[in-house]
Design a protein around this ligand. Structure first.
Ligand code: NDP
Length: 255
């Protein structure tokens, strides 16, 4: 078997929420596999720092700051990337937020914010990029789900609803776009060391629970998500569609 099928040379990847955490690491991994990169984030200063860091590592990187929840920003940003930088071959819908609060206290605005950022953004950016991919007859879309695409925990109802939605939106995109040569899949991370999970890692009770609950008995390191992303971005996955690949140290395999 040749490793050529994983080669991303000549492909361009847009990764949303790539200023830090999982998005930054996935972008770097796709870049190391040969892709040129367009990083997105809300925070322009953080984005600039991420772009410089990856350029200093020898990768080909551009940055575009925009809010993935705002159609009036998403549409022009995607048009500008396609027109000024070049076609987006790979889209990683990674931007996401968490909101930890008992369901009975959760205000509508917080619910809306989590749904907008974690689910509606996948629709908005996916649709804007998908139209170009349909016209070209090819493309790879990778959405970030979570083990909360399958199972719930107390205190994160909006996040769980949104990530369940990401799982089925991934299937819906597959249902409509597979015939256009587009593969749409998701990665479902378990618990990884990123700024998003800092409050959980700071909580000794949660930390002990997670290590006991996870067959691998540890937190994931973000680099461990790169293999799945490169696979789903490359021609190695050309007949894989509508799937969620869980990268979770085995959590979903056991009760
Ligand atoms: P981080 O908080 O570390 O990074 C998320 C990035 O997304 C931040 O840079 C953030 O920018 C950006 N972002 C947030 N809102 C927007 C927006 N409206 N427009 C553009 N960018 C935005 O999170 P992780 O790296 O941990 O998570 C990345 C993805 O992986 C999320 O979808 C998350 O749900 C998922 N995931 C993470 C897990 C984990 O264990 N960490 C487990 C399962 C899934 P800013 O900070 O400036 O708002």
């Amino acid at each position: 078997m040749s490793l050529e099928m994983f080669d991303l040379v000549g492909r361009r990847a847009l990764v949303t929420g790539a200023g830090q955490g999982i998005g930054f690491t996935l972008a770097r991994g796709l870049g190391r596999a040969g892709a040129s990169l367009v990083l997105n984030d809300l925070d322009a200063a953080r984005l600039e720092a991420a772009v410089h860091r990856l350029r200093s590592e020898g990768l080909i990187v551009d940055g575009r700051a925009f809010d993935v929840t705002r159609p009036e920003q998403v549409e022009p940003a995607i048009e500008a990337i396609e027109g000024e930088i070049g076609p987006i071959d790979i889209l990683v819908n990674n931007a996401g937020i968490q909101q930890r609060m008992p369901l009975e206290d959760l205000p509508l605005e917080r619910w809306q914010e989590v749904l907008d950022t974690n689910l509606t953004s996948v629709f908005l950016v996916g649709q804007a990029v998908g139209r170009h991919m349909i016209a070209r007859g090819r493309g790879k879309i990778i959405n970030l789900g979570s083990i909360q695409s399958e199972v719930a925990r107390p205190g994160i109802a909006a996040y769980t609803a949104a990530k369940g939605g990401v799982r089925n939106l991934t299937r819906a995109m597959c249902a409509e776009w597979a015939r256009h040569g587009i593969q749409v899949n998701a990665i479902g991370p378990g618990y990884f060391v990123t700024p998003l999970t800092q409050p959980l890692r700071d909580d000794p009770t949660f930390d002990a629970w997670l290590r006991a609950r996870t067959p691998a008995a540890r937190w994931g390191q973000v680099e461990e998500l790169v293999g799945a992303a490169v696979f789903l971005a490359s021609s190695a996955s050309d007949f894989v569609n509508g799937q969620v690949i869980y990268v979770d140290g085995g959590i979903l395999a056991v009760i």
